[in-house]
Every structure is written in C-alpha cells, then in structure tokens.
Design a protein around this ligand. Sequence first.
Ligand code: LRH
Length: 500
Amino acid sequence: GDDATFAAVDLGASSGRVILGRFRPAADGPAALDLREAHRFPNRPVRVRGTLYWDVLDLHRGVLDGLRRAGRLTGGAGIAGLGIDGWAVDHGLLDRDGELLANPVHYRDDRVAGTREQLEAVLPPAELYAATGLQHLPFNTVYQLLAARGTPAFRAARHVVLLPDLISYWLTGRLGTELTNASTTQLLDPRTGDWSPRVAGATGLDTSLFPPLRRPGDPAGDLLPEVLAATGLPGPVPVTTVGSHDTASAVAAVPAATPHFGYIATGTWSLAGVELDAPVLTEESRRANFTNELGVDATVRYLRNIMGLWLLEECRRSWEVDGAPAPLTELLEQAARVPGPGPVVDAGDPAFTAPGRMPERIAEACRRGGQRAPRDRAETVRCVLDSLALAHREAITDAERLSGRAVDVVHVVGGGARNELLCRLTADACGRPVVAGPAEAAAVGNLLCQARTAGLVPGGPDAGRALLRRALPLVRYEPRGDTAEWQRAAERAAQTRKER
Ligand code: LRH
C-alpha cells in the first residue's frame, strides 16, 4: 500500500536524535505508525574564553550519522522525507557567502546580562508584551541580538538563522525562518504571524536579516547531492518544514481526545499550558509570566516556561560517578520512598538557569524560604520532583483561569513521560488525571506534520491525534490524596524566590 517512512531530526539541549516513523495503512482504514530510533547522540556545549557555545558542527555530524543509519535501517528504500526541529531562541550568523561567522552561543550564556534594561529603556515591558505576547526569558533572541550587535561578527552578518533552520540550510542549501520558532524570538507579532514593526523600530534590529518566513507544511528543499553521497541515502529526499520549535512539534503530538486538555512538555524544560486559537495579551497574563508561542495548524501555545528536568540533570551531573551522571533509576526509586511534599523550591525561578552546584543551590533556596534543606540525594531528588509537580499545578490552573479554557485532563509528553514518579506527583498536585506519552513527542509531532503534508493522514489535526492514541502506548495516572496539601506547599515554594 502507501506505506511511507519519514525521518525526524530532533535536537534537544542534552541530546539529539534521528527517529524514523513508518506510516502504513491499517486493516481498518486509517493509518498506523511504527517508530524506530535510528540514532541518538549527546549534545555537549563547550565553554571557550568565557563564552558557552553549542558545538554545532558536532551536532551536524550527529545528524549525518543518523541519516546514514536511517538509510541502512530502511534498506534500499530510503526515506520519503525529512523534518528538523530543535530547541528555540538560538541562532547562527552567516556572512554574504552563507558561511557561519561565529559559533552559535548557548542560551544559558550570560552575555545577555544588562540587555533587559536596554530594551526596557526604549520599550516598556507592557508594550513589549502587547506586541509579542512572550514571557520574559533572559535569553529570548531579541536579548541575544542586542548583546551580539556590537561585535564584528554581527556587523559582518547578512543572515540571522535559527538553529534548526541552520541545520536545514546545511542539508538543503536553502535558507528560511520557520514560523513557530520565529515566534520565540520576541520580535514577532503572534496576531499577524509577521515581524513586529514596533519591536524592530524601538530596538533598531533589522528583522530582514532573518531569511523569509515559512510555515509548517511548506517545502524546505531537497537533501543536497553531497548529503546524499555522505549518507548513502537514495534521492531525492524532500525536506518539509515542520514545527521546527521542538515544543511546537511536541504539542502537535499530544494525543488528546478533547479540546479541554492541558499539556506539559517535559524535558530540560517543562512547558505547561493550554492550546488556544488566539493569543492572550492582557497585562494580567504578562504578570503571570505566560507566553504565547505559535503552534502547528495556526494554534497558539499558551504556556509558562518552568525550569524542568534541568534541575534533576544538573544534580545528577554534580553527583557524577566515574565521569557519568549518577544513575537515574536508582535515584528515582529512592525518591519514591521519601514522604512528600516536603521541602520545595520555585521551579520557575530564573535563579536556577545557570549550570553548576545545583544540589547546593536548591538547599540554599529551601533555607532562604524558612524550610529545612533536603538531607541526602533521595530527598534532593524528591524536592526537585515535588517542586516540578507544584509548578505544573500552578501553570495549569493559571492557564485555565487566564485563558478561560477548562482543563479536564493533563497530557505529559516528552522525556518526563517516562518518569513515573514525576507523572504520579503531577496528577496528585494538579488534582486531575495525567495521560503520559509519547516520550519522543517532538519527533512524533515532526513526523506527523510530514505525513499529514504528504496526505497520508487525512482529516486535520484531530485525525492526527486520534492516530497517535491508537498507535502509541499511553499510561494514565489518576490523582490521589488531597490537593490542599499541595496548596500549602505552593506557599512554601513562593517564599524561596530570590527576587520577587
Ligand atoms: C525546549 C525549548 C523551550 C524553550 C527552550 C529554550 O527544548 O525549546 O520551548 O523555551 O527550549
């Protein structure tokens, strides 16, 4: 039949992967989906002369290795297409010949210090929010560009290219700026889906440095002959623009059966909120730290950025055993036996953004808020997970209140869907059922966008979600206990914040 295999490149802050999705007509009519991981490779940022960089050539090598393996796994048949997604906000600078001028800087680098004040001096926060709908995050692209502006590399730049678009450029030779990711720059107006003249005018940043906008479903070129040669893939291989912001693709893969769903896309970050048709640009929404990012199918992701499993990853990194992070399964088993919610921190606090000394910083935050600090690793892990569950609860209830969209069920997608304790605590704290899965949500959303564009999943986004419900294993957690206990914990967490 019309059996087709697509490949998704998904770049995350801690690893990249190439995942194959085979869409095949099922006996009862609609398509089914088989997933297969072709390759997974670490993403290891590197600090040079005080600046934290992404090792983007190493990432590109990982992509090429993944495509080579994809070719082997599919035998002579190859792949029907490719889509690329990755984390948001970061960019590379290209000169007029299309050469990368400088290595892309990591969003956790502190070069952005002071740029918030610079921007506020020319555009008050309320106006910035009304124009862009974005939650203030210190590393939004607009701040990174303000920090880069005086450098020789920036002066030589003819193109500012978001990272998934950069990989796409290296694979196809074609430049573009994908819309969902462009909506994280804080230079785009979510109502028009175009660059905001207000922000460009106030900052003097030239948005024409971004290549032309393209949206999910648009063609993004074919793999270059040199890429086919290097990977052994039979051509032509069309590249399709997908929701290139990983969170856009992840939310497109939420297997919801009702419009009354909340979602938590968990990974390095937790992105928690609801899906809407239009942005919420009120002052109340700005004060509540909610963001309006653009999604696939002209949706708006109304959500709050929460520090996420970064807190746990950083703890494990500091408890390294023989150069490897402390083993996760053991830590989670021990944490599950700790009674909770005990000491908690505010998992939305930007004080946790920078790397290093995470267990100590968590303990300090507990004490600052008048709580006892976790006594050992198990308690520290429990503190992180309780704090995340709490932050999830607050984001979901705030999203519901600020948007007017009732939430009956919370979908946990992304890496945290594999974390049973996190899912269970999130259900308890939210007082709502949690449905967990898919764990590779960004890749699945990426694949689904390609299959829909190719006409293999007719019937719009709901048909796509229905396919995922049938095709993927999902786990349901019913809420237990008393949410009043979590309300008290929320009050404790609020006391731990450095700046309020
Ligand atoms: C998650 C993510 C998130 C952004 C952050 C920079 O990977 O894309 O949506 O806020 O990375």
